[in-house]
Structures are given as C-alpha cells and as structure tokens.
Design a protein around this ligand. Structure first.
Ligand SMILES: [Fe+2]
Length: 422
C-alpha cells in the first residue's frame, strides 16, 4: 500500500465508473472519488436508495389520523407517507401519473385526497388515480381514448415496513422483512422503540456541504468524538476510557456505538485528551445535562446507524431520528425529528428538550460535525485519487469492546463495495 500523496493535482474530470478501481487494502482504504464523482452518486441512487434497502421515512406519531401525511425522501426522491382509511400507512412517490408533477406542495398536513395542480388529476389516500378532468371530453369532443382505463393508474407505489411506530420505505419489492434486514442490530432498535407510543417534540433541518456518506460515517466513528467534541469531554459525556463497544450486523451496513458515562478516568487517556480539556469550564445551568437512566442495561449513549439513511440518536435523554437526504455528491440535508414517549412526564419532556441543545445545526456538540464535514469535502475534492486510511482498531470488521476504532466505517465499506460493484 502506498500512502504517499501522488501530488497529481486533481483534473476534476471524472473517470467512467467502469474503469474505477478500488485501491488496494479493501475497506481499510476509501478512495476520495467516492465522495465527489457524479457517476458514483448516480449509481448510489440506483443501487443503494433504489435497491432492496429500507430507508427511514417517518414516525407514525406524525400521522396519527386518517388523511395525515408527510412528504419525506428515499435518497433524492420525494415520497408521500399517508395514514389511510383503515389505519394503514401508505406510501407513493410525489409524482403525478399524468405528467410527473410533484403534486403535493405541503411538507405535512391532512387531506381527504390529493389533487395535482397542473391538470387536476385526483388521488386517493393510497395513491390511486380516482379522477381525471375531461376524461370523456366535452360535448363529444376530445377526452381520453375510449379504451383508456383509470384502473391501476397510480403515483409510483413505495413499499412500507412498520416497526413500533417507525415507518421505513423501499422502492424494491425484493427488500427482505425489516426485522431480518436489521439482523443483530434489531435489539438496539427495539431498545428505543420498545412499542411505547411516541410523541414528536420538534424538528430541525440543515443542509451540510458534504457527501452524504460522511454523515453516516461520522456516527460510525467514535474516534472523533473524544478529540473533536470538546463539549463532550469537558462535561464528562464521552471519554475514550469509558466502557464502550462498537457492534455491527452481519452485513456490516448497520452499526451501534454503545457507551456508558462515568467511571474513574484512566490516567493515560486523560493525558491524551488533556490538550482538548478545559477543566475550568462550568455549566451555568447544569440542567442542560442532568441525565436520568431510562433504558434497560447500563449504556447511557447508543448511536445507531441504519443503512442507508438513518441515525437513531440516544444521547442521555435526548432522542432523535436524523434522516439523511442526499442532494448531489457535495451536499445533503440532515432532517432531525426529536421525540419522546406519549407517557413522558412534563419534566421528562423538558429534560429531553433541554438536552437537545447539544444537537442540531447550532448544537453544542453537533455544530462541530457540520463544520468538519464541510472541511472534509473541501479537502477530498482536491485529491480524488488519494484515499482515506481506516486502520484505527485494526483492519478487520468484527465487533469491538472499545471505541478506539474505525471498525464500523470499515464494515460499512465492506458492504458498500459489494452493493456498488466497485
Ligand atoms: Fe461527532
């Protein structure tokens, strides 16, 4: 393996994807071009987001009543998720069967039917076309051909999987059952989504100037948390010497970073981190932290990534879905949905909302990530033929009982290389 930068300035002319070669070292090297090449991005839309995966779509708590809907995204594509007549959850593309118009203009709402503004084609809550103006013409003139059938006309359908109040979507009928899809990671999903009714607390939205994968990798990268996030270290929320683990499913695509707050600081770890520690800082309002134990087991933080677009955040008592919506190779939207449980006390809700100050575009912790991801994209883009080194914690893709590792990133790329055929 040759790690010396080649010093060939980027030509910015993308190679055809067929001639792309993954560098030697398999998943311990990530070529920079996977973050910048439009052809790679296009193949991701087709094979990852358009393939047999389950993308997070919405929480059922957002659409409790018949006719409640949200517009969400699977990869780049807009999908309407709506509560049907019989309590079921339906999903279909926001694209009119007539001329492809993205007919639903509200991000969320309640309706009895959908109408395309262009030619007023009408849709029921399952996405079927129920009405076409001037279908039979006017006074014997025009209209659709006599043999044109309205039967089976619909906005492109999207498959739905529901588990404990969370809605997942797939364009591919061959997607396996959601529980099988999550594999060994199902227990971490069920830890937060244990069947209790959820309550949405609010939304945050931001656009970040980096490739979508860098966000996903960020939550598979505990290494950075102990050095980049000064807030976490300063106030004792995360240290490398805490009892922790990184676990994946068998495919490597999903993962969980599990850690436990507290315990005596190890001297060596403390010295390593001393540069970033500000011991003189105190919180003016200690209620900003003030976590209480609420989940079984002794983990205080579990950050889970579910391929291909979801981060489930459980940092102390602040819970959020972070949905990744790719917006071209160099940008993505990060949609945060903060939630709690319907049976939370008002105090608990307040605590969740307070702790949410660590998160989001201006979050005391997350702001670091948004900034560093954009910096990554800048540096990567200039050197497409160079590659990331991903060897922290070894070169394998096995679960590890500590956080000084990039194993979950390696596992992700093991799967990614397969799916993408690179
Ligand atoms: Fe981070």
């Amino acid at each position: 393996m040759n790690d010396t930068p080649t010093r060939q300035a980027a030509s910015h002319v993308a190679e055809p994807i067929e001639t792309r070669r993954w560098p030697e070292g398999e998943w311990t090297r990530i070529p920079f071009w996977v973050y910048t090449d439009p052809a790679v991005y296009a193949r991701e839309q087709e094979r990852i987001f358009g393939g047999p995966s389950w993308s997070y779509g919405a929480l059922e708590a957002e659409i409790p009543n018949t006719g409640d809907f949200v517009v969400t995204h699977v990869g780049e594509r807009a999908v309407i998720v709506v509560r049907g007549e019989n309590g079921e959850v339906n999903a279909f593309a926001n694209s009119c069967a007539h001329r492809g118009v993205a007919f639903c203009r509200q991000p969320r709402g309640n309706t009895q039917s959908f109408t395309c503004p262009y030619h007023q084609w009408n849709y029921d809550l399952t996405g079927k076309v129920t009405g076409i103006p001037f279908r039979r013409g006017y006074k014997g003139q025009g209209g659709m051909p006599k043999d044109f059938s309205i039967e089976g006309r619909q906005a492109p359908p999207v498959h739905v999987a529901r588990r404990h109040g969370v809605v997942f979507l797939s364009f591919d009928p061959k997607a396996e059952p959601f529980e099988t899809y999550l594999g060994a990671q199902l227990r971490y999903f069920d830890r937060v989504f244990d069947g209790r009714e959820l309550k949405v607390l609010g939304y945050l939205q931001q656009r970040i100037g980096s490739n979508w994968k860098l966000m996903f990798e960020n939550i598979k990268d505990p290494y950075h948390a102990s050095v980049l996030h000064v807030f976490l270290m300063t106030f004792g929320l995360f240290r490398m010497d805490q009892q922790s683990a990184v676990e994946m499913d068998a495919s490597g695509r999903h993962s969980a970073l599990i850690s436990r707050r507290g315990g005596a600081a190890d001297e060596v770890a403390a010295r390593e981190m001393a540069n970033n520690l500000r011991t003189e800082y105190k919180l003016q309002d200690p209620r900003l932290l003030d976590p209480v134990r609420e989940f079984p087991g002794d983990a205080t933080v579990v950050m889970q990534t579910i391929w291909p677009n979801l981060i489930v955040q459980q940092q102390s008592n602040t819970l959020a879905m972070r949905q990744i919506v790719p917006r071209g190779p160099d940008a993505f939207d990060l949609n945060w949905t903060f939630f709690g449980y319907a049976d939370d006390t008002p105090e608990m809700t307040q605590r969740r909302v307070r702790q949410a100050n660590l998160m989001g575009p201006a979050g005391l912790v997350s702001a670091d990530d948004s900034e560093v991801l954009a910096m990554s994209q800048q540096g990567l883009g200039d050197w497409p033929d160079n590659a990331c080194i991903v060897e922290m914690g070894g070169r394998d893709v096995q679960d590890q009982p500590h956080m000084i590792t990039e194993v979950a990133i390696r596992a992700f790329y093991k799967h990614y290389i397969e799916v993408m055929g690179l």
